[in-house]
Ligand binder design. Structure first.
Ligand SMILES: Cc1ncc(COP(=O)(O)O)c(C=O)c1O
Length: 377
């Protein structure tokens, strides 16, 4: 969006405000499909659970990765109008529940939908057997997350050495393991993680086959990197590597899916905030804005992501600090942003802030989350 359009939104709706451009979401989805034609995209709803985004991606043809019961129900609303006989295939085609750990109450609630669920350990398998016996299973593998911005392998995924035993055990328990999955870590710029993960999955699949169990689905997870800055390589060379490895390691009838989160939504959103305070500290101009790391900028803490701040006004830049609105000392947006001399009530903005941002906004200190405005829906 142009600066003029952003200013118009801020004037109309006030600040803090997050503007989400659905044209960009559709473009990102189309890019993903173009570069990875064998891979069906299951949008990881946690990246930004706005129902408007779910609807846009659903219309574009996407499926969904959910990781909680509320996320499941949010997506399911979109498919309940289907004829009952189509629903079973359809639910697996459209939704995977990709949180390997689920409370038993969630399993009980999900069972009626005969969902596709991930698991990565024996305790979870026993819970699924007891509380969601109609589920189809996907075994999550532990794979290298080297260099990814958000590391996930210390929390989820079974070692490949025990994978086939977990598959055999599931079949023994009367369940069916339909697929294998992995996650290379979020914002993965080390493409070798994907290559190694695909090779690990192929080896597990082969060993399972020798034990009499054919795995038909491969879920290559998320991690597709967003161009937050010029150093991030584009999707195309990564996709080429992934496509080549998939073709080499898996037969044509293997169903391949992925769970892109940030890739589909990060570049679609811009946050606009207002300067509410100004001070001079430690030799630097410090601005206070009406947003914070407890709100739209939560990705600084939880997503290890740093966002640039830009001014609408032009002028000679100087190194500045920008604080959030709360009373917490750790509420620092940046200590090294180049900004012109700004006044109270001037506006600033951050681009590419659509993933893991307002999704984890809180009401800390009595401040409401930023308004969200959807354009080009
Ligand atoms: C199971 C799972 N799938 C998909 C995603 C989305 O990852 P990304 O936003 O890196 O594409 C995540 C993120 O944490 C995840 O945990």
């Amino acid at each position: 969006m142009t600066k003029k359009e952003l200013l118009a939104v801020a004037r109309k709706h006030g600040t803090p405000v997050v503007v989400i451009d659905h044209e960009v979401i559709r473009r990102n989805y189309a890019n993903f499909r173009r570069h990875l034609p064998r891979v069906q995209a299951y949008y990881a709803v946690k990246a930004n659970p706005a129902p408007e985004i779910v609807r846009t991606l659903y219309k574009a043809g996407a499926s969904f990765d959910v990781a909680s019961l509320p996320e499941f129900l949010l997506v399911h609303k979109n498919i309940e109008r289907l004829p009952a006989k189509e629903r079973q295939d359809f639910i697996w085609d459209k939704i995977i529940y990709a949180n390997p750990i689920k409370p038993k109450e969630t399993l009980q609630a999900l069972d009626q939908y005969k969902p596709l669920l991930t698991y990565d350990n024996l305790e979870e398998l026993r819970k699924i057997q007891r509380y969601a016996p109609h589920a189809g299973l996907v075994l999550r593998l532990r794979v290298p997350n080297t260099g990814s911005m958000v590391e996930l392998s210390s929390k989820f995924g079974c070692d490949s050495g025990v994978a086939v035993d977990l598959i055999v055990e599931a079949f023994r328990a009367g369940l069916v393991v339909e697929g294998l999955s992995f996650h290379v870590g979020s914002q993965c710029t080390n493409f070798d993680n994907f290559v190694q993960a695909l090779n690990i999955a192929a080896a597990v699949r082969q060993e399972a086959l020798t034990r009499g169990h054919e795995i038909k689905i491969l879920d290559i997870g998320g991690g597709f990197p967003v161009p937050y800055d010029d150093r991030v390589k584009p999707l195309r060379p990564l996709a080429r590597k992934i496509n080549a490895e998939i073709d080499r390691l898996f037969s044509k009838d293997m169903e391949i899916l992925a769970e892109p989160g940030r890739y589909l939504v990060a570049t679609a959103a811009t946050a606009i905030a207002r300067i509410i305070g100004k001070a001079f500290r430690d030799g630097k101009t410090c601005y206070y804005i009406d947003d914070s790391v407890y709100h739209t900028y939560s990705g600084i803490v939880f997503d290890h992501c740093q966002y640039r701040l830009h001014a609408f006004r032009s002028g000679e830049n100087e190194l500045s600090t920008v604080f959030g609105q709360t009373c917490d000392g750790m509420d620092i947006i940046t200590q090294s942003e180049e900004l012109p001399n700004l006044e109270i009530d001037d506006l600033v903005y951050s681009e590419r802030i659509g993933a893991y941002s307002n999704a984890s906004s809180t009401w800390f200190n009595g401040f409401a989350p930023a308004q969200v405005v959807h354009v080009n829906e």
